[in-house]
Design a protein around this ligand. Structure first.
Ligand SMILES: NC(=O)C1=CN([C@@H]2O[C@H](COP(=O)(O)OP(=O)(O)OC[C@H]3O[C@@H](n4cnc5c(N)ncnc54)[C@H](O)[C@@H]3O)[C@@H](O)[C@H]2O)C=CC1
Ligand SMILES: O=C(O)CCC(=O)C(=O)O
Length: 380
């Protein structure tokens, strides 16, 4: 028997089963900077992959792989729903963002991104900042969401939080008949780049705001802001946030927080937040619906950052991005209405919209693609 064939039949296929559905997964290992990262490219039907890079102290490589696979798949849907010509990708760096960052680590990461030659564009996500990516831009052009003074469009959490505000207004209209932000109580999990901006805006509007964060500095910052505004903010523990008497729960930290345990505790009427992959599993959308809790699909509501970083490649333009983030209001209302009409979950309604766009584009790619011109078209 051909030794090569024999070897392949004994190969452990688990990893390929795990990444089935993904086009490419790249493991990046640079001992000199300590970089250990995974880049996942899910689907490039709509264009090159695009998605932020998360830095998190994952307990295992399996956990990091799991996260990046789900996150990159989510980006395919996010691009499709927002009518953006990019595909789904994402990266994770294994490490503690408070202690393990260095210029060298982000430069090494930039080199890996560059090696993909435009198949993957990236920028910030949870645990990373625009400043981190300034280092990466010294090694590659495929970075977006960089500071304005470096020619970028700036902090993408600004349009992300703006998009969530449109999502909250649409949800208020659907549930309560008016979009007024000030009349309700909101429970925010995570006061980082997006969560802080939301808490600040809701406090400015005069709403009741309940918050939690695992970092004391984040709590101190929002308390000080509430003081400045002459109002108060209620602080609860990480566990209590699920049990508050709020109208809307706003997850702005890790994914998987809507699960068997937390759904039973929720007293809110809706879940509308920025966190990626809020549902532990897709069936939790049905569980929320059964409990009478309206779920705003995360990849619809949190697309503001994507809209900005995708737009940045045409030259930064704040007004254009703002116009795009406004579409989140209408898109979300349509999804709520479709779900009601068809007796399906809001997640199913959102997924249907994405599948339709992906199908159309797949057909267009087969029907006409410049990259598939016949060879005899080339002049010698
Ligand atoms: N930054 C952006 O523009 C976008 C962010 N997202 C998603 O939104 C979420 C938040 O992103 P960022 O604000 O950029 O991240 P960030 O890293 O700036 O903030 C996350 C905050 O959550 C806190 N946190 C972590 N675990 C927690 C827990 N168990 N309970 C309470 N707080 C906890 C952290 O201490 C931190 O303050 C992430 O899921 C991210 O993927 C999605 C789209 C765009
Ligand atoms: O928000 C960004 O900076 C890029 C898009 C992204 O990674 C996301 O929407 O999760």
């Amino acid at each position: 028997m051909n030794p090569q064939v024999e070897k392949s039949t004994h190969l452990n296929q688990d990893i390929f089963q795990k990444i089935a559905g993904h086009e490419q997964v790249v493991f990046c290992n640079d001992p000199s900077s300590g970089l250990q990262a995974i880049i996942a490219i899910h689907d490039t039907t709509l264009g090159p992959a695009l998605g932020g890079t998360r830095m998190y102290p994952y307990k295992s490589v399996e956990e990091a792989l799991e996260d990046v696979l789900r996150l990159s798949e989510g980006m395919t849907y996010k691009c499709a729903a927002a009518d953006i010509d990019f595909g789904g990708g994402k990266a994770v760096i294994i490490g503690d963002p408070k202690h393990d960052k260095s210029a060298g680590l982000f430069r090494a990461f930039g080199q890996y991104v560059d090696s993909l030659n435009g198949r993957f564009y990236t920028g910030t996500d949870m645990g990373t900042t625009m400043e981190d990516f300034v280092h990466a831009t010294k090694e590659t052009n495929f970075i977006n969401g960089i500071p304005v003074e470096y020619g970028g469009s700036g902090d993408s959490s600004v349009p992300t939080s703006q998009g969530v505000i449109y999502g909250l207004k649409a949800t208020n209209r659907f549930l309560f008949g008016d979009e007024d932000l000030s009349k309700r109580t909101y429970a925010i999990q995570g006061l980082g780049k997006v969560g802080y901006k939301l808490a600040n805006r809701l406090l400015e509007e005069g709403a009741n705001v309940i918050v939690t964060d695992i970092f004391e500095e984040a709590i101190t910052r929002i308390k000080e802001r509430a003081n400045e505004l002459g109002t108060t903010v209620t602080v609860v523990s990480s566990e209590e946030i699920y049990r508050t008497d709020a109208d809307i729960f706003i997850p702005c930290a890790m994914g998987g927080i809507i699960n068997d345990q937390t759904i039973e505790q929720l007293k809110v009427k809706a879940v509308v937040g920025s966190a990626n992959n809020q549902l532990k599993s897709n069936h939790h959308a049905k569980r929320l619906q059964d409990r009478g809790i309206l779920y705003a699909p995360d990849y619809i509501v949190n697309a503001g950052g994507l809209m900005q970083v995708a737009d940045e490649l045409y030259g930064p333009n704040e007004d254009r991005v703002l116009l795009q983030t406004k579409t989140i209001y209408q898109t979300l209302l349509e999804i709520y209405e479709q779900a009601n009409l068809k007796f399906i979950t809001t997640l199913e309604a959102a997924d249907e919209k994405c599948q339709k766009r992906l199908q159309e584009q797949r057909h267009r790619n087969n029907f006409y693609s410049r990259s598939r011109r016949p060879k005899w078209d080339i002049k010698e």
